[in-house]
Design a protein around this ligand. Structure first.
Ligand code: SAH
Ligand code: SF4
Ligand code: F3S
Length: 433
C-alpha cells in the first residue's frame, strides 16, 4: 500500500490546461495522491502554467514567491512546474527558483510519477516520441456532468504573435478510436456533455476524416447529450463541420472562431492567412447552416504597426458579425515569436483601443443575453446555486443560467424559459418537469 498523500494543483491558462491538470491528478492517484483544495496541506504542489502573454508567465514567479515560506516550513513539500512556461523555459526555472523540485512540459507529464519518486531538480521538456495519452491511466476520475476531452494538440499555424506552436509543438490528432473510448468512459462516469479540445480543434483528422465526422460518431453514444468544440481556426472550418452544425442536434449552437483583427494589413502581418472578407463569408455559411448559432471570438489590439484605420476595420468587423461574447487582449510581445522583433505601439494607444473595443463587445453581449428573455432553452445543471432551490448550468449557447428548481439535481438536462438577463447570466424557470 502506498502512503496517502495530498496533491494541490493550480491551473492557469486555457481549457486544455484544465484537462491536463485532471489527467495529472489521475496519473498521481496510483502513487497515493488525492487532491486537496489548499497548498498548506499538500505534499506535492503542481503549478500548471500558461505562457501566452507576459502577465500569464509572470504569475508563476509571484506564486512561487508566495509558496516560499511554506516550502521553508515544510522541506519535504515537493513543488512542480508544469504546462507551457515549463515547456518554454525548462531548466531556466530551476536556475531562477531553486525551490522548484521538478519541471515537466506539456507533452511529458505522463512521466510525472517517476519524476516525483526520483531525485530533485528533474526536468522533462522534450517532445517525446511516445503519445502521453497512451501511457496515462485510461480510467477517468469521477467528475461533473460536463467534461473536456483533448482530441488535437499543438499548432502549425505560427501566427506571428503566438507562443503556442513552440510550447505545444506540432499539430497532432489523437486517433478516433481512442477518443471514442475515452468519451464512452466519461459517459459511464455520468458525463452528459463533452467539449472537444484542441489548439486547432477543427484541424482534427484521422484517416482522411475530419471533425464533422468525429462529432457524428460521438453523437451516436447513448447518454452523451451535448457536444461542443474549441478552439477553431477560420482556415480549418471544413464543409463537413459546417454541415454538422445543421445535421447534428447534439452539437450545440455555439462557435468560438477567433479572428484577432478586422484589418487585412494586420491579418497579413499576423500571418493569419485569411482576409476579413474570407472570415465574413465563412460566417455567412455557418449561419446559413445553423441560423441561431452564437459566435464568439478573440481580438488582439495594438499589434505592431496597427494604425487607427486598422483598428476601425476591426470595430467594423465586430459591428458586422455581432458577437455573443469575445475575449480581447492588448498585444504582448513574446520572446522568440516573429512579431516580438517589431516596435510596439505606445501603451496609451493600445489601452484606449482595448477599452473602446471592449465597450462594443459588452454592448453586443448584453444584447445577446437580453434577446434570450422570453425564449426557451435547455440547461445542463452543473451545481446548486447560492440561493436555496436554485440550480446553475449552461444553456445551449453556453450562457450561465440560474434556474429556480427545488427538485433539480446536478446532471439534469432541463427545458427552461428565460425570465431575466444580465450581462453575464440568465434567470429561468423549468417548463418540463
Ligand atoms: N488557438 C487559438 C487560440 C490560442 S491563444 C486560436 O488560434 O485562436 C488564445 C488567444 O490569446 C488568441 O486567440 C489571441 O487572441 C491571444 N493571444 C495569443 N498570443 C498573444 C499575444 N502575444 N498577445 C496578446 N494576445 C495573445
Ligand atoms: Fe497561436 Fe495562431 Fe496557433 Fe492559434 S492558430 S495557437 S493563435 S499560432
Ligand atoms: Fe496558455 Fe499554453 Fe493554453 S500558453 S493558453 S496554457 S496552450
Amino acid at each position: 500500500m502506498t502512503e496517502p498523500k495530498k496533491l494541490f494543483i493550480k491551473t492557469y491558462g486555457c481549457q486544455m490546461n484544465v484537462y491536463d491538470s485532471e489527467r495529472m491528478a489521475e496519473a498521481m492517484a496510483p502513487e497515493g495522491y488525492s487532491l486537496t483544495e489548499s497548498a498548506e496541506d499538500a505534499d506535492l504542489v503542481l503549478l500548471n502554467t500558461c505562457h501566452i502573454r507576459e502577465k500569464a508567465g509572470e504569475k508563476l514567479y509571484s506564486d512561487l514567491g508566495r509558496l516560499r515560506p511554506l516550502k521553508t516550513a515544510k522541506p519535504d513539500l515537493k513543488i512542480g512546474v508544469a504546462g507551457c512556461v515549463a515547456q518554454a523555459e525548462g531548466d531556466e526555472i530551476l536556475r531562477r527558483m531553486p525551490m522548484v523540485d521538478l519541471v515537466v512540459g506539456s507533452q511529458a507529464y505522463h512521466r510525472l510519477p517517476e519524476m516525483v519518486r526520483g531525485p530533485r531538480h528533474a526536468v522533462e521538456t522534450d517532445f517525446p516520441v511516445e503519445d502521453k495519452f497512451d501511457l496515462l491511466p485510461a480510467r477517468r476520475a469521477k467528475r461533473g456532468p460536463a467534461a473536456f476531452l483533448t482530441v488535437q494538440e499543438g499548432c502549425d499555424k505560427f501566427c506571428a504573435f503566438c507562443v503556442v506552436p513552440y510550447t505545444r509543438g506540432a499539430e497532432v490528432s489523437r486517433p478516433r478510436d481512442r477518443i471514442l473510448s475515452e468519451a464512452r468512459e466519461l459517459v459511464a462516469m455520468g458525463v452528459r456533455e463533452i467539449s472537444l479540445l484542441g489548439q486547432n480543434v477543427n484541424a482534427w483528422h484521422d484517416d482522411g476524416l475530419g471533425l464533422g465526422h468525429l462529432i457524428e460518431a460521438l453523437a451516436q453514444i447513448d447518454g452523451l447529450e451535448r457536444l461542443r468544440y474549441t478552439t477553431s481556426h477560420p482556415n480549418d472550418m471544413a464543409e463537413d463541420l459546417i454541415a454538422a452544425h445543421r445535421d447534428q442536434p447534439k452539437l450545440m449552437p455555439y462557435l468560438h472562431l477567433p479572428v484577432q483583427s478586422g484589418s487585412d494589413r494586420i491579418l497579413k502581418a499576423m500571418n493569419r492567412k485569411h482576409t476579413a472578407e474570407d472570415y465574413l463569408r465563412l460566417i455567412d455559411r455557418i449561419r446559413a447552416a445553423r441560423p441561431d448559432i452564437l459566435l464568439t471570438s478573440d481580438f488582439i489590439v495594438g499589434f505592431p504597426g496597427e494604425t487607427d484605420e486598422d483598428f476601425r476595420a476591426t470595430m467594423r468587423l465586430i459591428e458586422t458579425v455581432g458577437y455573443g461574447m469575445a475575449y480581447s487582449f492588448k498585444y504582448s510581445a513574446r520572446p522568440g515569436t516573429p512579431a516580438a522583433e517589431k516596435p510596439t505601439l505606445p501603451d496609451e494607444v493600445a489601452d484606449a483601443r482595448l477599452l473602446e473595443l471592449q465597450a462594443l463587445i459588452t454592448q453586443q453581449q448584453r444584447a445577446a443575453q437580453n434577446a434570450m428573455v422570453g425564449r426557451e432553452t435547455t440547461v445542463l445543471y452543473e451545481k446548486a446555486g447560492r440561493l436555496p432551490g436554485q440550480m446553475v448550468g449552461k444553456s445551449e449557447h453556453l450562457m450561465a443560467v440560474h434556474v429556480t428548481d427545488p427538485t433539480g439535481q446536478v446532471g439534469d438536462l432541463v427545458r427552461v424559459k428565460v425570465t431575466a438577463a444580465s450581462t453575464n447570466s440568465l434567470a429561468a424557470e423549468p417548463i418540463t418537469r
